[in-house]
Ligand binder design. Structure first.
Ligand code: ZN
Length: 255
């Protein structure tokens, strides 16, 4: 954590503003022309290493996003035409820079929500969403379900608040060598979860049954390995080398 001592004394919203200021300064330090972040639309000398195990060329120095965020933005922009189409959007656990981009688009009816994130517009529990049925036609939910205690209930809620022709765009870690999703023991402390799984609130690792879990909760699923740029050079420049699947979900027809 960049500002460990400040956590004790400053509210979360102030800490987020300070983090974003730090990122902007860092972006100036790494100014250059070797790589380009499509989210903050800035060129740099390099992307920064990130992750456990550490990946090179992963994090944007200025907006702190990683490969999956840049891929998601490119999908939204080029495949869903997010900059022109009139979507009613729910953005769960909003990534700050993506939220800033989406909020500025006059064609969207945009709402962000989360249980704890300081930048979210509304505080909600994903297991019990305070929205009517069929309220949204696009929901973004990236790397959230693995942190929710009852993810199956969360999936049912996401399906419920989607319009019948709506799209739930999911991303999450799905481990290729894990046949069945591994639930972590409830008894683990936050410190133990961090030590074992790299995140203090992680509830499970998804296995190859991830799609089946979604399908059992009233969702139809299409898995897309989105590769908008085919040359290695283009992927390197945009920091897209890390392969990330998109799970495109829509509600099963309701009776
Ligand atoms: Zn960026």
């Amino acid at each position: 954590m960049p500002f460990p001592l400040l956590k004790k004394f400053l509210p979360a919203s102030t800490r987020l503003s300070l983090r974003m200021l730090y990122w902007r300064v860092r972006g100036v330090v790494y100014a250059g022309n070797k790589v380009y972040c499509p989210l903050c639309e800035t060129s740099f000398s390099t992307f920064l290493p990130f992750g456990v195990p550490e990946r090179q060329q992963a994090m944007c120095p200025k907006c702190n996003t990683v490969e999956r965020h840049r891929l998601l933005w490119l999908y939204l922009k080029h495949e869903l035409h997010i900059e022109t189409k009139p979507y009613k959007v729910l953005h769960m656990a909003p990534e700050p820079v993506l939220q800033d981009r989406l909020k500025q688009l006059p064609n969207l009816h945009y709402l962000s929500a989360d249980l704890t994130a300081a930048n979210a517009m509304q505080k909600v529990d994903l297991q019990q969403l305070p929205f009517s049925n069929a309220s949204f036609d696009l929901i973004l939910c990236s790397h959230v379900l693995g942190h929710v205690p009852d993810d199956l209930q969360a999936m049912r809620e996401l399906s419920r608040v989607l319009t019948l022709k709506g799209l739930l765009l999911l991303q999450d870690h799905v481990y290729p060598n894990l046949a069945v999703t591994e639930e972590f023991p409830d008894s683990l402390t936050a410190q133990e979860r961090y030590k074992l799984y790299g995140q203090p609130d992680r509830q499970r690792n998804y296995g190859q049954d991830f799609v089946e879990r979604l399908e059992q909760q009233e969702l139809q699923v299409k898995v897309v390995e989105y590769t908008p740029f085919t040359s290695e050079e283009e992927c390197y420049k945009l920091g897209l080398a890390y392969r990330e699947r998109l799970y495109l979900c829509s509600p099963k027809p309701r009776s």
